[in-house]
Design a protein around this ligand. Structure first.
Ligand code: TPW
Ligand code: MG
Length: 540
């Protein structure tokens, strides 16, 4: 076995199912081995940000490693934003980058793709990954690979692996999986004891499930735990989509001033808010009407549990959930949960289309044909997604990068085989929409709802006086045919309904529905968000 084969087997062994990538001369040698060895399928895309986003979405969807393979410098540095997004949102993405051969640094010449020093790229990725290695020693490589991949899975964060181009054919031993250290049993018992006591004495405990619950594959167990404890469950904005396929007493999504008042009160008035794997960030919490006192909450995140003024370090989430489950009775506490009501029954008339109509039409579509997973970009399309029935969702809810939606949808379909729905604004589509041109080669056929308001509308809501938020009038639907898909432009609700039905009935080609939305028309959720943020900042 050579070094790259050993690496590929290790990736597969650790749960990777495919590789997204774009080669370059520093990467050609290891790409040849990826292709010839057929250990993992390779999907090439058009631009590195999309490679990172697709691999990130695949990792989120399949709850395992995503792999993004690029060349040195121009390739890897093009992907920095996507890797930063994965780091912020705890997605275990493995970055593979080609690199200069060992001898090349001694030539006395600067190498192409070199930024400052040959080590600059490694240093930059150190900031946005939790572990790194340059595979410049074939004898040490198996242990190094095992360490780095274990770090990715343990922390649920990206890692960086650089492959010097003259190393790829070096003979190499197989990688043995590193075992994770067992948690301290006494600390775990004490922690579980304390959590259960806090919950038992609380008047209105609430469980908020965060992305780590999904990253560590704990949705089933957490749903069971909440049923047994009789705890209502909410997700945050970022955790939207969690538990969609599980039987949990899910009340809805907490969005503070932007959310439904019942859910806002439930969370903000809880005297024992149990944050399980929840990233405590501004998109989740800054929109709170009443400031949530996190010192009173129970927080399990990043392998730590924080209660009141003390911390239990090194308690992995999976171990905590298992230990809690082992301690609560094997019977469920039935209790009534009011589930949110989402809009259904869009009138197929000649009225213009508002974002909330799109949510309604999608709800109707899913009621008729079954649920579909969604990939959403940043923009009003993501707020609109909150008005769609609970279904699997990948979106940059915290890091909030544009350009995620289309490539993430491709990653979703590659990873799950399910046909996804992609929600994307015109501004974001201008960034990465071209990646749809890769669908034909791989048989992907997402349905894309492009919210065309000829505007960076979300920015306009915060600064209406700025003319630079106007975007041009592009004919997106007309571009679809050249890229191997079908495009339809719709301006009325009747046309929207007809286009969705047609898209649903057409398999094998991507379906691009360009939805014309008058400038200034926002989803109901974004309207509440903007009004709430303005109210909160006026009160400061
Ligand atoms: C990579 C800043 C946040 S929202 C937004 C911008 C420019 C406008 C989005 O326009 P779009 O959607 O897609 O037409 P909509 O509904 O608002 O009309 N660059 C990156 N990411 C972010 N978040 C920005 C800029 C931004
Ligand atoms: Mg727009």
């Amino acid at each position: 076995m050579n070094l790259v084969e050993s690496l590929l087997h290790a990736l597969k062994d650790h749960g990777a199912r495919q590789i997204f990538g774009i080669p370059g001369d520093f990467a050609l040698p290891y790409f040849r081995i990826i292709e010839q060895s057929r250990i993992l399928p390779l999907y090439t895309l058009s631009h590195e940000p999309a490679v990172g986003f697709a691999a990130d979405a695949a990792s989120r969807a399949q709850q395992g490693l995503g792999v993004a393979a690029v060349t040195y410098g121009a390739g890897a540095l093009n992907m920095v934003n996507a890797v930063a997004a994965a780091y912020a949102e705890k997605s275990p993405l493995v970055v593979l980058s080609g690199g200069p051969g060992k001898g090349e640094s001694r030539s006395g010449l600067l190498l192409h793709h070199q930024a400052k020093t040959l080590d600059s790229q490694f240093q930059m990725f150190r900031e946005i990954t939790c572990d790194q290695v340059r595979l410049d020693d074939a004898a040490r490589a198996p242990a190094d690979i095992a360490r780095v991949l274990a770090s990715a899975l343990r922390n649920s964060e990206p890692v960086y692996i650089e492959i010097p181009r003259d190393m790829v054919d070096q003979p190499c031993a197989p990688v043995l999986r590193a075992a994770d250290p067992a948690p301290d049993g006494a600390a775990l018992d004490a922690c579980v004891e304390e959590i259960l006591a806090r919950l038992a004495s609380a008047r209105s405990p609430v469980l908020m499930a965060g992305v780590e619950v999904r990253r560590y594959g704990l949705e089933d167990k957490v749903a069971m735990l909440s049923r047994r404890l009789g705890l209502p469950v909410v997700t945050s904005f970022m955790g939207r989509g969690l538990l969609a396929e599980h039987d949990a007493p899910l009340v809805g999504t907490y969005m503070g001033v932007a959310g439904l008042p019942e859910i806002t009160h439930l969370v903000e008035e809880s005297d024992a808010l149990f944050l399980l794997g929840e990233i405590v960030c501004d998109t989740n919490f800054a929109v709170s009407e009443t400031k949530i006192d996190l010192r009173k909450a129970i927080q399990a995140l990043d392998g730590r549990v924080t209660l009141g003024y003390h911390v239990y370090p090194q308690l992995p989430l999976a171990a905590l959930v298992d230990a809690l489950l082992a301690r609560v009775a094997d019977s469920e506490k039935p209790f009534a949960v009011t589930r949110p009501v989402y809009p259904h029954g869009m009138k197929a008339d000649d009225a213009t289309i508002a974002p909330t109509d799109i949510a309604t039409a999608v709800n109707d579509l899913m009621a008729a044909h079954g649920k579909m997973p969604i990939a959403a970009d940043m923009g009003d399309c993501l707020f609109t997604a909150m008005e769609i029935e609970h279904t699997a969702l990948v979106a940059p809810g915290y890091y909030a990068t544009m350009g995620y939606g289309v490539p993430a949808g491709l990653g979703l379909q590659a990873a799950t085989g399910q046909r996804p729905l992609i929600l994307v604004g015109d501004g974001a589509f201008q960034m990465t929409g071209w990646e749809l041109g890769n669908c034909r080669r791989y048989g992907w056929d997402p349905i894309v709802l492009l919210f065309n308001n000829a505007s960076w509308e979300m920015l306009r809501t915060f600064q209406p006086e700025s003319g630079f938020n106007d975007l041009g009038e592009w004919g997106y639907a007309d571009m679809a045919a050249g890229m191997g898909g079908d495009g339809m432009r719709v301006s009325t609700r009747a046309e929207l309904k007809a286009a969705l039905d047609k898209a649903m009935a057409t398999r094998g080609r991507f379906q691009l529905i360009e939805v014309m939305i008058p400038r200034g028309v926002l989803s109901a959720t974004l309207q509440r968000f903007v009004a709430g943020v303005k109210r909160l900042s006026a009160a400061k």
